[in-house]
Design a protein around this ligand. Structure first.
Ligand SMILES: Cc1cc2nc3c(=O)[nH]c(=O)nc-3n(C[C@H](O)[C@H](O)[C@H](O)COP(=O)(O)OP(=O)(O)OC[C@H]3O[C@@H](n4cnc5c(N)ncnc54)[C@H](O)[C@@H]3O)c2cc1C
Length: 378
């Protein structure tokens, strides 16, 4: 049986806030709590050695929702929900850029392009025909021209001749953002402990006793749950399901005929240039049910599908090999607006970041503090 020292337990006593989850949301929320209440002790715990089940495993797109995704989101929810979500993502990115600077995050302001495969002419024209409507909807957020029609023949891809450009989008280097956010949290005095799986907690008038799988207990005044796609194992009633995203990166391919980030198939497939490599991911719509899992594996079916996509659509005629393949877990529901609020007297939640939590995360951290302070809710 594992034993714990007196000191280990002392380390975990007299805590004001335990934040579960050292992803972008947990780390930025912890930092904002610590900045707001400098005398409080804020601890972040995470089961993974390098926290961030999605935050260090994403594609590094700075994006807010392609035109096709926006139309899809409006159909699935409503105009106002879709615009609200876009606004949160847009504001979130502004905050990240203002705090860390584009250069530090390796931001490439290439714009983001939505492309359509050759057989999707009708869908392409439907989306292109909606740009005026979407731009009007998004005018108050982004000014004129959130989306513009563009040609695609210069890309060398096997795609429809017209696409949609979102000029404000681009790509970052995911690890640079994660490191910046992590170092920032530590710099203000947030403590981070990894290898700690929270299994449950006991809440009473004295506080919250947060139990770890290894037997340790943290006594805290309050708890903030930022476990996104893993939330169901701690709080089965909260409407957020795991959604695995598989990502692959090719070997070096020499100079690429394109640069930037690309969305296809209503955002289900995404790819980008990564120096002289291509990163491609997604295709969850191949098997929604099978991908509703927290197993961080890649499968041959997805690898084959995405390899075929690169070889026939992105770089037609080129044989490619993937040098990296990984998966990460998103937190999804039909409604992709994040859940932020009190779950009980001492337990607060910030979960369900959908497919664009990089963009959302810093907006969410701000909202967490507003909720904690009791400002008008979200
Ligand atoms: C493949 C993929 C590609 C993506 N691409 C993009 C993109 O290009 N642009 C974009 O904006 N967004 C993208 N996203 C989404 C974005 O990465 C996420 O929405 C965001 O990182 C979520 O951050 P988070 O902190 O909420 O969650 P996470 O980063 O998942 O952090 C949650 C943490 O909680 C920990 N945890 C869970 N349960 C427990 C427990 N019981 N005890 C202790 N710790 C626990 C986990 O280990 C994890 O580290 C992508 C996601 C994936 C998976």
């Amino acid at each position: 049986m594992t034993t714990f020292s007196y000191w280990e337990q002392q380390c975990l006593d007299s805590v004001d806030w335990v934040v579960v989850g050292a992803g972008l949301v947990g780390l930025q929320s912890a930092r904002r709590i610590k900045e707001t209440y400098p005398h409080q002790r804020v601890l972040v715990v995470d089961v993974h050695a390098m926290g961030g089940a999605a935050s260090l495993r994403n594609a590094g797109f700075v994006c807010f929702g392609s035109a096709g995704e926006m139309l899809d989101e409006i159909d699935r929810t409503s105009e106002s929900e879709a615009v609200m979500l876009y606004d949160k993502r847009f504001q979130g990115i502004q905050r990240l850029m203002n705090r860390y600077g584009a250069e530090r995050l390796g931001f490439e302001a290439t714009g983001g392009m939505e492309v359509f495969v050759a057989g999707e002419a009708d869908e392409a024209e439907r989306v292109l025909g909606s740009l005026g409507y979407l731009n009007e909807l998004l005018k108050s957020i982004q000014g004129d021209g959130a989306f513009t029609a563009c040609g695609t023949s210069h890309l060398g891809m096997h795609i429809y001749g017209k696409g949609v450009m979102a000029p404000a989008e681009g790509g970052i280097q995911t690890h640079l953002l994660y490191r910046a956010v992590r170092m920032d949290a530590i710099a203000v005095g947030v403590e981070i402990y990894e290898g700690m799986r929270v299994i449950d907690w006991l809440e009473d008038a004295q506080g919250v006793q947060v139990r770890m799988e290894n037997g340790l207990v943290i006594r805290s005044e309050r708890l903030l749950v930022c476990t996104n796609g893993f939330t169901k194992s701690l709080l089965p009633g909260v409407p957020v399901a795991p959604a695995r995203g598989q990502v692959f990166v090719t070997e070096s391919l020499g100079a690429l005929p394109f640069k930037g980030i690309f969305h296809a198939d209503k955002g289900y497939i995404y790819f980008r240039s990564l120096g002289d490599r291509v990163l491609i991911g997604g295709a969850r719509n191949l098997d929604f049910q099978g991908e509703e899992t927290t197993e961080m594996e890649v499968t041959a079916a997805f690898e084959d599908h995405l390899k075929h996509y690169v070889e026939t659509v992105v770089m037609p005629g080129k044989i490619v090999n993937f040098e990296y393949g990984w998966s990460g877990i998103m937190g999804m529901d039909n409604n992709r607006n994040p859940i932020i609020g009190w779950h009980s007297d001492r337990v607060c939640l910030a979960v369900r970041m959908g497919g664009m939590g990089v963009a959302l995360s810093s907006w969410v951290a701000e909202e967490v503090v507003r909720v904690i302070r009791g400002d008008e809710g979200i």
